[in-house]
Design a protein around this ligand. Structure first.
Ligand code: NAP
Length: 354
């Protein structure tokens, strides 16, 4: 008998939804039994409704699954959500109210004071918001979110630095991949041979979500981390992988070598617990002077690590470095799956009816 936990994917036809399906194929703990999307797709077999854009075939067990509408009557109690942000808010609410554990990728609930915004290596204690959320909302289920894709790599890298040196100021400039805009995303005539210096809402998300993730859980809610951060976000003609140029000011004096050591040796509960999707090291530090580059480095650690390079002094703030991560894996679906693994490891999935 398969003892895996049955799960569903909301927004299963989208860029993030497809990545969920690919990453959950043969997952040791979770089995995809339900797929849901919009009314446009509902009722159709998955392989007919989806514009499959992964480099591996659609996993056999889901090819013929009939897509369901996003109504909370699915035959599972855990759902991964890759829903369009225009509709995710109320749909995710309705699933949580009905007793589902919702692992959301959308912006809608990330900043709700009772919703954990989690990177399990950095702020696993924020999961303490779950009982409070259920109490406040009188819901049987609950919502756990992961951050915006570019925030993920910044907050993952800043996590250990903030703990050891206390971050005081951050300036970040991103070069974000096209797949970050979903499918079909940015028109080719807009992005080929071009850079678009605007991604709606992205700078605001980076500036606030980073401070929530690095904030302090006070037993009731999260006090935002007390540092200033300025983000500038650009869309570039890269398929997968967000690159970020980061400058930061630290309260404690340190050196390039010590920063490299703190980042490269960092690990957290997912590594200690040997969670199935946890990378051996969540941050990989490269000494090569022209790396990381998305073409060569985005697939390191199966896309689950942040890659840091070019750590050097900054004449304006204290230090600067380059950061890279896979936006649809650690920046989206892989992050949600790691969150679900963390929930299971901490006993939050034990009562399947929540
Ligand atoms: N792409 C990334 O790198 C990334 C990273 C982090 C977070 N995110 C976030 O993840 C979410 C999904 O992004 P994406 O890039 O995967 O978008 P996407 O490719 O546009 O996919 C959106 C999904 O939402 C479904 N949907 C749309 N309208 C719906 C409705 N009225 N009812 C139910 N389902 C509906 C679509 O189903 P149909 O096919 O039936 O229309 C599709 O499955 C967004 O909130 C995004 O901000 C994306």
């Amino acid at each position: 008998m398969d003892a895996r936990i049955p799960v569903g994917v909301l927004g299963a036809t989208g860029t993030v939804g497809q990545k969920f399906i690919k990453l959950l194929e043969d997952h040791p703990w979770f089995e995809v039994v339900e797929l849901a999307a919009s009314e446009r797709s509902a009722g159709r077999p998955y392989e007919e409704a989806v514009a499959w854009k992964q480099t591996t075939a659609i996993p056999a067990p889901v090819r013929q699954l009939e897509l369901r509408p996003c109504i909370p009557d699915l035959r599972c109690r855990v759902v991964f959500s890759g829903l369009d942000a225009g509709v995710a808010g109320p749909i995710e609410d309705s699933f949580a109210q009905a007793g589902f554990v919702v692992l959301s990728n959308s912006r809608n609930h990330r900043l709700d004071p009772d919703v954990p915004l989690i990177i399990p290596e950095v702020n696993p204690d924020h999961l303490g918001l779950i009982p409070r959320q259920k109490q406040i909302r009188r819901s049987r289920g609950y919502i756990v979110t992961n951050s915006n894709c570019s925030t993920m790599f910044l907050a993952l890298a800043l996590g250990p630095l903030h703990k050891v040196f206390t971050v005081e100021q951050v300036i970040v400039v991103t070069m974000q991949a096209i797949s970050g805009a979903g499918y079909p995303g940015v028109p080719s005539l807009d992005i080929l041979g071009n850079v678009i210096p605007y991604i709606a809402g992205e700078e605001e998300k980076m500036e606030i979500e980073t401070r929530k993730i690095l904030g302090r859980f006070n037993g009731e809610t999260v006090d935002l981390a007390d540092f200033r951060i300025s983000a500038q976000c650009n869309r570039v003609p890269v398929e997968d992988g967000h690159t970020e140029s980061v400058s930061l000011k630290l309260a404690r004096k340190t050196s390039v070598e010590e920063i490299a050591e703190v980042l490269g040796s960092f690990s957290g509960p997912p590594q200690e617990l040997r969670l199935p999707s946890a990378p051996e090291r969540p941050i990989l530090v490269t000494a090569a002077q022209d790396r990381p580059q998305p073409r060569f480095d985005v697939g390191l650690a199966q896309g689950m690590a942040a890659v840091v390079g070019r750590i050097r002094p900054c004449p304006v703030l204290d230090f600067k470095f380059t950061l890279l991560g896979h936006n649809t894996i650690r920046g989206a679906a892989g992050a949600s799956i790691l969150n679900a693994e963390m929930l299971k490891a901490q006993g939050y999935l034990e009562n399947r009816s929540c």
